[in-house]
Design a protein around this ligand. Structure first.
Ligand SMILES: [Zn+2]
Length: 319
């Protein structure tokens, strides 16, 4: 299917004002070759109420939203589409409070949950890894909320950043929260984020040793007698990304983020950063709706519980 998306607010309103229009769009993205009945393979279906399609051959009912992030939602698709339009339309994204106001949602929690589900849809399943020359370094994110988990949550998290070199600038990036800076986690991240045979550029931190054995070209830069701070000049791209990330977390979300939820924000930041040169809001909208049909549903409980870094997608099987 050709990438088909609204280009202006006016067009958006015109195209997605009714629930049936949203459902049709979702179907087209979910089944680009057209819907086929999972029971009989029939290709002729009729729209029904409640987001269902009826197979005209065997009368089987297909639930359009099953298996997507919209599964079991109480919100109309219109509201979801509007939320995505908001999320993709603002340079720095949307906060839960802002979304609640704009969409007139009954509760802050509803807005918060919707945003978190959408953040999951910002990671493309099966997305490709970085290639070429890639800088890698860790950074400490502080000022996170201590929240419910209380003990054992120091309000900080360690985030590892990979930034592709593009001339003097930064190409694409990958981010992940890691439990600590041990070789186990650093190596797992590099493997999940960077294509083999690429050149990985790090500082002299010992646990990075062994990347060559994994199949990378490893370039190490170190300044004699200086600590981690000196890496700013050695690895300028990751440090630029780190400072933009911190500013964004503080600015848009005012630091109201707990370490367990940080992963989702990293996904959103990565999505925005890697598409920062894409001028078209509609295209970002299209991408998120498309990915929303490919990402499994995330029940509220799972989202509230956070996501252990080890199971998070950038380090997992689909990354
Ligand atoms: Zn059928």
């Amino acid at each position: 299917m050709l990438e088909d998306y609204p280009k202006t607010m006016l067009e958006f309103d015109h195209r997605f004002g009714r629930e049936a229009q949203c459902l049709e769009y979702l179907c087209a993205l979910r089944w680009p070759q057209g819907v086929a009945c999972p029971r009989c393979g029939g290709r002729k279906v009729w729209p029904m109420k409640g987001g269902r399609l009826l197979c005209s051959n065997c009368r089987h009912q297909i639930r359009v939203m099953a298996g997507t992030i919209f599964q079991d939602t109480h919100q109309p698709l219109r509201v979801w589409f509007h939320a995505i339009w908001q999320l993709t339309g603002q340079k720095y994204g949307a906060s839960a409070l802002g979304l609640q106001r704009i969409l007139g949602l009954g509760s802050y929690q509803t807005a918060w949950t919707m945003l978190h589900k959408l953040r999951r849809a910002m990671v493309r399943p099966g997305r490709d890894r970085l290639t070429g020359r890639v800088e890698v370094d860790e950074t400490q994110i502080g000022g996170l909320t201590r929240g419910r988990k209380g003990r054992g949550n120091p309000g900080k998290a360690l985030v590892i950043i990979a930034a592709q070199e593009e001339g003097k600038g930064v190409g694409r990036i990958r981010l992940a929260r890691i439990p600590d800076g041990s070789a186990q986690h650093l190596h797992a991240f590099v493997l999940s984020a960077i294509e083999l045979k690429s050149q990985v550029h790090t500082d002299g931190w010992k646990p990075y040793q062994g990347l060559e054995a994994l199949g990378y070209e490893h370039q190490i830069s170190k300044l004699k007698g200086q600590g981690k701070e000196a890496a700013t000049e050695l690895l300028p791209r990751v440090h630029l990304v780190a400072s933009l990330l911190k500013r964004w977390l503080l600015g848009t979300h005012q630091g109201a983020i707990s370490p367990e939820h940080l992963d989702y924000y990293l996904d959103e930041f990565t999505f925005r950063f890697n598409r920062r040169k894409s001028a078209s809001r509609g295209k970002l909208f299209y991408r998120v709706v498309q990915q929303a049909t490919q990402v499994p549903p995330a029940p509220y409980k799972l989202i509230v519980g956070g996501n252990p870094a080890a199971n998070h997608t950038p380090l997992g099987s689909v990354a």
